[in-house]
Each structure stands twice: as structure tokens, then as C-alpha cells.
Design a protein around this ligand. Structure first.
Ligand code: COA
Length: 511
């Protein structure tokens, strides 16, 4: 198929131009809604052309920067290129780019870290101000002007709907066979007119395969032929394997107790290597006929679909390694009716997560002895990535699990601490904590019993005595009248592990 044949609408063909010309249509101070979710389906040429323009502008007197709104993280060609030239004044909702991270932590760039399911509706409600431009990668344009979405859907429906101007990147590198795999739901309304979302099973189709756009708003069409950033996953290490083992054992026990069916419940799996290792473990495990209701489909779930362990999966983005991507493309006909890509306000919708009874599994940076979880802030002040969809899922899941190795940075950091230095998921939303040491099932436990279990089961042996010592002294202090026995703490000391790490490079005093 030639590049041009991807743009079948005559009016939109007339609007084809270079990325440089399209970038001129974005103005200083604009809010720009870009496609892109976990390195999939982001525009590849326009952000780079815009970055060049901004770099030139910022060498002179007049400064140029924009607000960048996306689905989630993108790639060096978008976040990296724009951040490097100081082109982003505000970023939302999730990023994982090193240059963005450095600029945010240096105070040079604002970052608004939203739950991913909130973003679209915040825009509909007018909470974030006007969206000026949408820059959206699509896989093609139909003769009637409807758009074939690419490897992620994210917030594209909302950006196309809400922006004053629309710029399309039509990427002929995205497989034409993606057509038909998407399910774009147009039934959302603002309160008080909302209706229940008509989905009861992960495989239900409730929308249409194409994105709609008002053709009068399309000011430019740019052709590209470039791949998504696909990064390789590292082979599961020993810690990930052990975490996966604990989770499988937990599932077996839940089935035995009659608390989960033998097919389990729809699985949500977070980003990264540990999540991928857990899925690899499930692929070898005894459970069959599994389903997925997740945000990003990574290699692990693809393998489960391939092996027949998983019957179908719903997500908003495909984020595969290069080898898994090839396998997906080579067998698209097999995967076509087993994978559904939806807008992120649906893939992460609290109503659906609660109705379907999703099992949520996300990585964390640290948890405290009472079960509060920090997913985003290094030592309480520096952003790592963002909350992503972890809050959407954890708050509404049938069972919500958080996992991490018990230590980080060569053992100088304990990921189980007296008090987390930042809270993303409160003790009320965290039911299971897993490290390579073991699994703590916190359901139904009062705080002090949670603490005993987390320290015994999840902490690294090098840190267990110090955590027990803290917990015991906190109780003694409460009994002596300095605080309560419900959630005992020594407030002056609770964050001392973090401040010592900042001063001395390790959490515990040097021997
Ligand atoms: N304190 C400081 N640094 C820590 C830490 C802690 N308690 N725990 C881990 N780290 C560091 C690691 O050393 C590593 O640093 P490096 O990149 O310099 O080596 C980095 O954080 C990532 O840790 P890693 O163990 O490789 O985990 P990961 O790749 O699985 O990422 C999160 C973990 C929490 C950062 C990541 O899952 C995330 O951003 N989560 C939030 C969003 C989310 O959950 N999305 C899915 C929802 S659908």
C-alpha cells in the first residue's frame, strides 16, 4: 500500500503538508493534546519539527513553550525532544522521560499528575482550560473521513472532539490490519446525564472501530512511516520470579477458598519488568481461560493469548518489545478478535473495574508498615514517573496488589519503611503487598496487625530488626501517652530513614 492510499478522503489529501509547515500552526502558549500511550501511537515528526522551531525561537528574546497533554508516556521523539529545548511549560498526565523528569525535578517544568481515567472528563468539564490543538497519529483515513486509530487510543477521542484545530499524522508504518481492533465508545455524557456503561465482559464491544473528527477542524495532515519506540524487556530476574511465585500461590489459595473462580478474574497488570514476569509465571501456571482488563498490553499478556491461557484482553495501548511486536504483526488475524483497544476513560473506568472484579497488580517504589504505598516520589520529593492508572485500578479492584523487590539501589534502600515519604495509595486501597521475601494479605486486618505481617513477610532480613524495633518503640511511646495505639508512630523518627539516605546514601546508620 502506498503512503497516499492511507488517506482516502479528498479534502484531507489537500491538507497534506510537511511536519515543519504543520508545526507552524501551533502557537506559543497553546495547550496541545497529543496522541501516545506508553510508547505507542505518538506523533513522530511534528513534535520534532516543533522542537526545532522552539529551539530557534528560544535563542531570541521571545520565549516559546506549550502545554503538552497526552494519553500517558510517549517517547524521546516527543517528550524528550520538546523538553530538551525548554518547549514544555506544563505536562500532564503521565510521563517517564528522563529529560522531562530532570526538568520537573529542577523546577523548570510544571507537571500535573492525574489519574489516567480522570483526564478526558477533566477536559470535558472544563477543569483544565481550553484545548487549542490536537496532534494525533492515526493508521489511516477512510473515504468518509473517519480515522483508523493506531497502536494506542488513549485520549485521542477527547482531543479530536475538544480541540479547536486538529493535525493528523498518518503513519503508514502502523499495520493496516489494526483496522477493526479498536472500540471507541461515544456514549459518555457529563453529569447529570450519565448512563451506565453497557459492558459486562472484558470482550464486549460497545462502540465503533473508528475515531470521528470534524473535518473542518483539520488544518494539516502529515505523512509518516516510522515505528513506535519498542523497548526490549529484561529477562525476569530472581526477585521477579519469586514475586510471581508468591502471587501464583496466593491465587491458588483464593480459588481453593472459593473467593475466586478457577479462571480467576480479569487481570490488570502494571508496566515494567516485574509485571511482565508475573504474567510469564501465570502463563506457566495452572489457571486457564483467563481474561485481561488492563491499560497497557505488554509481551506477557500477548504470550498468554498466544498460548491459549488467556481468551481475550481489553486495553488502551499495545506496548510490545520488538520481537513481540513482530509476532503480533505476523499473526494479527489470530489476535484480531482477542484484543480490544479502547479509550483510556473506558479501559481505566472505575465503574467497569468494580463491575468486572478486576485483579489489579502494580509495581511500587515503597510501602510503609501500615500498607500505604508510594508509586511516584523518590525520597518524597523527586518525581519518578507518575501515578498512571494505578490509582484507577487499585481503588476499584476486587483485589489490589502492590509489588516491589524489598530493597533498591544495592540494598541501601528498604522498600518497606516506617512511613512512606509520599502517599499515592492509602492503606484503604492496598490489600496485598508482595516482595521477593513474601506476600502480606492485609484484608480485614487492623493497622497494628498489618504492620506485624508486612514486617515479617515483606521486609528484607537486613531491615526487619530495625523495622520491628521502630514498631515496638512506637507502641511503647503511644502507651506512655505520646500518641494513639491505632496507628502508632514516632513522628520525629518516621521519615528519618529517608532523610538519612539523603544525607548519607543509606537508610540505616553506618555500623
Ligand atoms: N526509593 C528510591 N528508588 C527506588 C525505590 C525506592 N524505594 N524503589 C525502586 N527505586 C528505583 C530503582 O532503583 C530503579 O532505579 P534505576 O532506574 O536508577 O535503576 C527505579 O526506581 C525503577 O525501579 P524498578 O525496580 O526497576 O521498577 P519498575 O521499572 O517496575 O518501576 C515504578 C517501578 C513504581 C517506578 C513504576 O512501576 C511506575 O512508574 N509506577 C507508577 C505507575 C503505574 O503503576 N502504572 C501502571 C498502572 S496501569
Amino acid at each position: 500500500m502506498s503512503i497516499n492510499s492511507r488517506i482516502q478522503h479528498p479534502l484531507l489529501r489537500e491538507k497534506i503538508m510537511s511536519a515543519e509547515a504543520a508545526a507552524l500552526l501551533i502557537q506559543n502558549g497553546d495547550h496541545v493534546g497529543m496522541s501516545g500511550f506508553t510508547g505507542a501511537g505518538y506523533p513522530k515528526l511534528i513534535p520534532q519539527a516543533l522542537a526545532k522551531r522552539i529551539e530557534l525561537a528560544n535563542q531570541g528574546e521571545t520565549k516559546f513553550s506549550i502545554g503538552v497533554w497526552t494519553g500517558a508516556s510517549t517517547a524521546p521523539e516527543l517528550d524528550g525532544a520538546l523538553a530538551k529545548v525548554g518547549g514544555i511549560n506544563m505536562r500532564l498526565p503521565y510521563q517517564s522521560d528522563p529529560t522531562c523528569r530532570a526538568r520537573i525535578n529542577a523546577g523548570l517544568m510544571d507537571y500535573v499528575d492525574l489519574h489516567l481515567s480522570h483526564v478526558a472528563q477533566f477536559v470535558w468539564f472544563g477543569f483544565l482550560g481550553k484545548l487549542n490543538v490536537a496532534v494525533i497519529e492515526v493508521a489511516g483515513v477512510l473515504p468518509d473521513g473517519r480515522l483508523i486509530p493506531s497502536s494506542s487510543v488513549g485520549n485521542n477521542k477527547t482531543w479530536l472532539d475538544q480541540a479547536d484545530k486538529v493535525i493528523l499524522e498518518v503513519n503508514s508504518h502502523q499495520s493496516a490490519a489494526l483496522e477493526g481492533m479498536h472500540d471507541i465508545y461515544y456514549g459518555t455524557e457529563r453529569p447529570p446525564h450519565r448512563k451506565p456503561i453497557p459492558m459486562e465482559h472484558t470482550g464486549d464491544r460497545i462502540g465503533e472501530p473508528y475515531l470521528r473528527v470534524d473535518l473542518n477542524k483539520v488544518v494539516a495532515v502529515v505523512e509518516t512511516d516510522l515505528p513506535d519506540r519498542n523497548t526490549e524487556f529484561s529477562a525476569p530476574d530472581q526477585n521477579s520470579e519469586r514475586i510471581a511465585g508468591h502471587i501464583l500461590e496466593f491465587f491458588a489459595q483464593e480459588v481453593k477458598m472459593g473467593r475466586m473462580p478457577p479462571t480467576l478474574l480479569p487481570l490488570q497488570s502494571g508496566v515494567g519488568n516485574i509485571a511482565n514476569a508475573v504474567l510469564a509465571g501465570l502463563n506457566r501456571g495452572p489457571f486457564d481461560q483467563l481474561t485481561g482488563f488492563t491499560e497497557v498490553l505488554q509481551d506477557g499478556m500477548l504470550e498468554m493469548i498466544r498460548s491459549g491461557k488467556m481468551t481475550n484482553a481489553s486495553a488502551t495501548a499495545l506496548s510490545f518489545s520488538p520481537s513481540a511486536n513482530q509476532e503480533f504483526l505476523d499473526n494479527l488475524d489470530f489476535y484480531r478478535d482477542k484484543i480490544i483497544l479502547r479509550p483510556q476513560e473506558i479501559s481505566n473506568h472505575p465503574e467497569l473495574i468494580r463491575r468486572l472484579g478486576v485483579i489489579s497488580m502494580n509495581a511500587m517504589l515503597e510501602a510503609d508498615i501500615y500498607g500505604n504505598v508510594n508509586s511516584t516520589h523518590i525520597m518524597g520529593t523527586r518525581i519518578m514517573n507518575g501515578i498512571g492508572g494505578s490509582g484507577d485500578f487499585a481503588r476499584n479492584a476486587y483485589v489490589s496488589m502492590f509489588m516491589s523487590p524489598s530493597t533498591a539501589k544495592g540494598g541501601t534502600i528498604s522498600c518497606i519503611v516506617p512511613m512512606v515519604s509520599h502517599v499515592d495509595h492509602t492503606e484503604h486501597d492496598v490489600q496485598i503487598i508482595v516482595t521477593e521475601q513474601g506476600l502480606a494479605d492485609l484484608r480485614g486486618l487492623a493497622p497494628r496487625h498489618r504492620a506485624e505481617l508486612i514486617i515479617q513477610r515483606c521486609a528484607h532480613p537486613d531491615y526487619r530488626p530495625a523495622l520491628l524495633d521502630y514498631f515496638q518503640r512506637a507502641q511503647q511511646s503511644a502507651q506512655a501517652g505520646h500518641g494513639g495505639m491505632h496507628t502508632p508512630h514516632i513522628l520525629d523518627e518516621a521519615l528519618s530513614w529517608h532523610s538519612r539516605y539523603e544525607r548519607e546514601g543509606q537508610m540505616l546508620p553506618k555500623a
